[in-house]
Write a protein that binds this ligand. Structure first.
Ligand code: SAH
Ligand code: DHB
Ligand code: MG
Length: 229
């Protein structure tokens, strides 16, 4: 079986699409270089997934975006560029070193007027965001520690309105989530998470396969009105 060449073909196609549609410009390239210089891990979205996030922000007409998991601000820059005038993006990051790199990259991209990087553990920051009535948000991008995805989803629903979009990264993890191995607790969490996205009556979801080094997936969810009681 030519599994290897199938993967190679997928990557070749991904590169073809990236060159055509999603090429990094100066600000995105220098964000990646700055992340590399500072030793940040290579776990940002790909250029094609970044362009997809950009398209989803535009298509949804979102003006208030909440990102959970900033890293160096690469996905942040893609999404913030899709906002209309007056739009705002709040992004939450636990690691001070990551947040500092992200802030530099966001300033360099000319987006500091519409982006705020907030430092802290997301599960501490989300209740404050609610208390301060900073919601609702039109679009969420969940991309931090995978073990806390179920908690992030609950908070996203709480801070949403009917029609809000919830995007979730890394829902496929090269297929390990389909039948999680006993020694892969993260895959088990995401397996349950995906079932929740698919079966919660307040949510409508599709998971789009994403080509990276391995195949991963982006969850695209629309929040419906809560059931009337
Ligand atoms: N969205 C980024 C990648 C994020 S990587 C991009 O595509 O460019 C995940 C990030 O979540 C890391 O920077 C990590 O430090 C951060 N993180 C991990 N646990 C967290 C937590 N509990 N609260 C907030 N951020 C967290
Ligand atoms: C990991 C995290 C991510 O958000 C990602 O897109 C890829 C990998 C990780 O923690 O391994
Ligand atoms: Mg991710």
């Amino acid at each position: 079986m030519s599994n290897d060449s199938a993967e190679e073909a997928a990557r070749r196609i991904d590169s073809y699409i990236e060159e055509l549609c999603s090429a990094n410009d100066e600000a995105l390239s220098s964000a990646l270089e700055n992340m590399e210089r500072n030793g940040l891990p290579h776990i940002n979205v790909s250029a094609n997934e970044g362009k997809l996030l950009y398209m989803l922000v535009k298509l949804s007409g979102a003006t208030r975006v909440l990102e959970i998991g900033t890293l160096g601000g690469y996905s942040t820059i893609w999404m913030a560029r899709a906002l209309p005038d007056g739009g705002r993006l709040l992004t939450l990051e636990y690691e001070p070193r990551h947040a500092a790199v992200a802030r530099t990259n966001i300033v360099h991209a000319g987006l500091s007027d519409r982006v705020e990087v907030r430092l802290g553990a997301a599960l501490d920051l989300l209740p404050e965001i609610e208390r301060n009535s900073e919601g609702p948000f039109d679009l969420f991008f969940i991309d931090a520690d995978k073990e806390n995805y179920p908690g992030y989803l609950e908070w996203a629903i709480k801070l949403s309105h009917p029609g809000s979009v919830i995007l979730s990264d890394n829902l496929i993890r090269n297929g390990s989530v389909i039948d999680p191995a006993p020694d892969n607790p993260t895959a088990a969490v995401i397996n349950k998470y995906n079932r929740e996205l698919a079966t919660n009556p307040q949510l409508e979801t599709i998971i789009l396969p994403i080509i990276r080094e391995n195949t991963d997936g982006l969850g695209i969810t629309i929040v419906k009105a809560p059931p009337s009681s």
